[in-house]
Write a protein that binds this ligand. Sequence first.
Ligand code: AGP
Length: 609
Amino acid sequence: MCGIMGYIGERQAVPVLLDGLRRLEYRGYDSAGVAVMNGGAIAVRKAAGKLARLAEIVEGAPLVGVVGIGHTRWATHGHPSDENAHPHADCRGRIVVIHNGIIENFLALKEDLVARGHRFRSDTDTEVLAHLIEDTYEGDLPAAVARACAAARGAYALVVLCADEHDKIVAVRMISPLIVGLGRGETWLASDIPALLPYTRDVIVIEDGEMAVITRSGASISRLGGAAVSRAPMRVTWDADAAEKGGYAHFMLKEIHEQPRALQETLMGRLPGERDVALDGVALAPEAARALEKVWLLACGTAYHAGLVGRRLLERLARIPAEPDLASEFRYRDPLAGARHLAVAISQSGETADTIAAAREARARGARTLAIANVVGSTLAREADDVLYTRAGPEIAVCSTKAYLAQLVALALLALHLGRQRGVLGGAQAAELIRGLRALPAHARAALDLEARVIEVAERIREVEDVFFIGRGLDYPVAMEGSLKFKEISYVHSEALAAGELKHGTLALITPGVIVVALATQPEVLDKLVSNIQQVRARGAEVIGLATTATAPALGPHVDTLLAVPPAAPLLAPVLSVIPLQLLAYHVARLRGNDVDQPRNLAKSVTVE
Ligand code: AGP
């Protein structure tokens, strides 16, 4: 998620903009820039890299002015580079924009604008907005911005300067956050509260579909359709640290709660119709897809667990053999990877040494490589033949949550896409799954509502010594992910197993008081799972059941605690069932006083073997 800053008042704008952007650095970014109103023109300084580089550039070529906007970019379209950094200008440099989010239909808009003579300098979706406003500008900036927003589709926060209207800044919110800070004779804009705290605690949150015209005397807010909106300012009482976490105690909890949005943004623009998928960045041709004989899924840790789910999606929807393998194992096993194989490397950071090496090994043996990565321009993404970006935004906590959910959805999109290309997935089945994908953000929000119940469970088991996670079918990889979450931040020993394996050894460890988390979202194996639950309960285990509202009635009588997530299609249930497990791991770790965001011995990205 990009950082946005705006200022209009009596101070020199640049120091205010840079200071605000520095307070948003925790959000992660790859380039930065500022634009300042300067004597009837707009001066821009921008560059790839960190704010320190931008500050050097500005020091060498100072900007004078009391009205300006600033931006730190987390790339979604267009690699990190000087020309792709924001702000972006129209053809004449008279209209300058910064933007946070995604313009879904930017390619079509850009083609039309180019056909009408507009000259583009970058390959970002954002620049389209500057030219759209220029195209309809007739001396009324708010009106021109409204017309541009009517043409653009997607999720965004947009901030606009116009050299012909130097006494205002115009901003629009369409999903991505935007906040006004109010002062005496000065007004601020920011994408998040921490940037405003040194200047003001009086803020107005701009809501979706609203425009704000910012002047020295404050902000006038209206619906994009025109109706004025009256909204009282609110007083922020958070300190800066809490503000960075959006009021949550830890980044991990904030990112768990950002998951509905991460799903929404990862799906955005990729479900254009009812039966097919549009995968930007994946150039695999239909005939190559039909010729594929195998898919490898290479990853580490949580990303590997996503790969385990991906296998079942690919085999079920694309009818192609799929083999997940730990990247650290794949590279040393003389793998039988070959020319008609697709190696899917999954990685949040795109910098995990083992995963990069495994992808290189697969490519060296003739396989085509496809990266599922969360960081645009990361090593894995740059080296792969195809890239399918998860758009979860920066993931700060070491413990991966929202990126994992976005990986699952990316794998579902890939399986759908390959199934349709290979002619093995019918339109009706594809349509049903696409409806299920579209419902996921809302279902994820409903799953988050289980948090109060999960906290009760966490308080009861906070001193536990051993936890077992069991599941069958698609619930088994989710059990593995739940176990990893639990041990990596609560420091409590935990293990996951295929429920059918209990009687082959692990049952010897089930004694009175042991906690067993039983996942039961898959109807076709529900009866077998229930009998596994009876086996462990007969030996004194306390069983926490995790079902969907569809499987809950059958599971309820057999468990001590029942948690039920919304009834997603069984193939998509892993996207939802993991949410209560993330929350359980988080709250047990919190109650045990652990450093949740930076668990001992672990790093966010393991860039060494
Ligand atoms: C997840 O909670 C862990 N922090 C870890 O397993 C992580 O998933 C693994 O290191 C892979 O990282 P990547 O996705 O950046 O490649």
